[in-house]
Design a protein around this ligand. Structure first.
Ligand code: ADP
Ligand code: MG
Length: 237
């Protein structure tokens, strides 16, 4: 009975979230299609044409951003529980985000002192850390240092993501993970951290953050290990 109730509550939450997300995607798409219609005018000036095209592009990027940040939730929840090599997973995610780091003059350093294995869904693990690393890079628009560290203890793998970015106030820290909470205006969705917390929870992980305005932010993730190979390595990439 209790289980059924929880299920119903969850379903309701998913439905509400689905409606909110559709709205977030539909708005920019409607705007884009409106401007495409205007672009069909043969007598439009070159200047107007350029202006409208750039609006269409912006709106499409905006819709894409929602899908990107939320991707995991849009997928049917077929959980694949695999053995994940934290280190190699993280390395792939870093490679994926290297162009964004370069664009922001962010230097990425890794310190993977051990190979740790955890159990989880690869797709979701990626989604989680793409969002965290993206936020870290975005917090350093004028460059900085991004350090990703993994540590191993008998029962846990800890991943920390440290940036030297703008930092957050205590109030902002508390709002992390609230759907649609963003300080990035048109460039943010406020969905990334909600996805991060939800995925970490699904993997029996815990997340916490430390931050100081003007100094930077560190996110910590702690996941239960399934097995671990003790091997010390220090890699700077
Ligand atoms: P978005 O990135 O679209 O704004 P998120 O849910 O990913 O949404 O993040 C919510 C907010 O949390 C961000 O707008 C930002 O204010 C804050 N935030 C998250 N990570 C960091 C970070 N590493 N440094 C500073 N602020 C951060
Ligand atoms: Mg984000």
């Amino acid at each position: 009975m209790q289980q059924e109730l929880i299920k119903a509550e969850k379903l309701k939450a998913v439905e509400q979230m689905g409606a909110a997300i559709s709205h977030e995607i539909r708005n920019p798409l409607t705007a884009a299609s409106g401007f495409v219609q205007l672009l069909q005018d043969d007598y439009l000036s070159r200047q107007k044409r350029k202006e409208y095209l750039s609006i269409v592009k912006e709106e499409l990027i905006s819709a894409e951003r929602v899908i990107q940040d939320y991707l995991t939730f849009a997928k049917p929840s077929l959980e694949a529980f695999e053995e994940l090599n934290v280190k190699s997973e993280l390395r792939q995610i870093i490679n994926l985000l290297q162009p964004l780091a370069n664009q922001n003059s962010v230097e990425v350093t890794t310190d993977f002192s051990v190979i740790g294995f955890i159990k989880g869904d690869r797709q979701k693990f990626r989604q989680c850390f793409v969002n965290v690393l993206k936020n870290a890079i975005e917090s350093m628009p004028n460059g900085g240092y991004l350090t990703i560290t993994t540590e191993y203890s008998k029962n846990y793998v800890t991943v920390s993501v440290k940036d030297t970015g703008v930092g957050m106030t205590i109030e902002q820290l508390e709002l992390l993970g609230e759907p649609f909470y963003s300080t990035k205006g048109k460039n943010g969705t406020g969905l990334g951290m909600m996805v991060v917390y939800s995925i970490a929870r699904a993997m029996d992980g815990t997340v916490w953050a430390e931050s100081e305005i003007g100094v930077g932010t560190t996110f910590y993730f702690k996941f239960p290990t399934i097995s671990s190979i003790m091997k010390s390595e220090n890699i700077i990439s």
